[in-house]
Ligand binder design. Structure first.
Ligand code: AMP
Length: 176
């Protein structure tokens, strides 16, 4: 656990639906020290891992992944909600902690063998990143690691992602 970041996350009970304790990262992002620190820690971790592409998941993943990719001198690939990407896409669907969703990637977004870091703001059940993994695999990208700002450990996302290296800066238990 990284000191000084966890308290920058704001809890919003019952958003976007009853029973969900939403982790609002906007309070961390708007704090320049905290945002810088989070990106710097990720940058230090990945700088020597030869990441060709940071694959970012819409939308909050873009804010983490874009800044990180700049620091790593990597490219960025966007994984977006349906209908947003203009070129031909591959699509995958998944269960969310609250609901069901689909994501897409451009069919030429990754060259076979490119070293990829997948980034999102938060790991909950692992459904979203699981679908992102399928899309990257479909394009024959080599997944180096999955990186998150936040991990909700009690939802056991790691269990379903056993085949992959996972890194998170901040962990939350059920009552936090
Ligand atoms: P999951 O697919 O269950 O791992 O959910 C992860 C995705 O849903 C991430 O893109 C998060 O932004 C969002 N998400 C799920 N649960 C929460 C939560 N409790 N607070 C904030 N975002 C969440």
């Amino acid at each position: 656990m990284i000191e000084g970041l966890k308290e920058k996350i704001r809890n919003i009970p019952n958003f976007p639906q009853k029973g969900i304790l939403f982790k609002d990262i906007t309070t961390l992002l708007s704090d320049r020290k905290a945002y810088n620190k989070a990106i710097d820690i990720l940058k230090d971790r990945y700088i020597d891992m030869h990441i060709d592409l940071v694959v970012c998941i819409e939308a909050r993943g873009f804010v983490i992944g874009g800044a990180l990719a700049y620091g790593l001198n990597s490219g960025v690939t966007l994984i977006r909600k349906p209908g947003k990407l203009p070129y031909t896409t591959y699509k995958d669907s998944y269960e969310l902690e609250y609901g069901r969703n689909e994501i897409e990637i451009h069919t030429d977004a990754i060259k076979p063998g490119q070293r990829v870091l997948i980034v999102d703001d938060l790991l909950a059940t692992g459904g979203t990143v699981g679908a992102a993994i399928e899309l990257v695999k479909r394009l024959d990208g080599e997944i180096v690691e999955l990186a998150f700002l936040i991990e909700l450990t009690f939802l056991n996302g790691r269990e379903r992602l056993k085949d992959y290296n996972i890194y998170s800066l901040i962990q939350f238990g059920k009552e936090e």
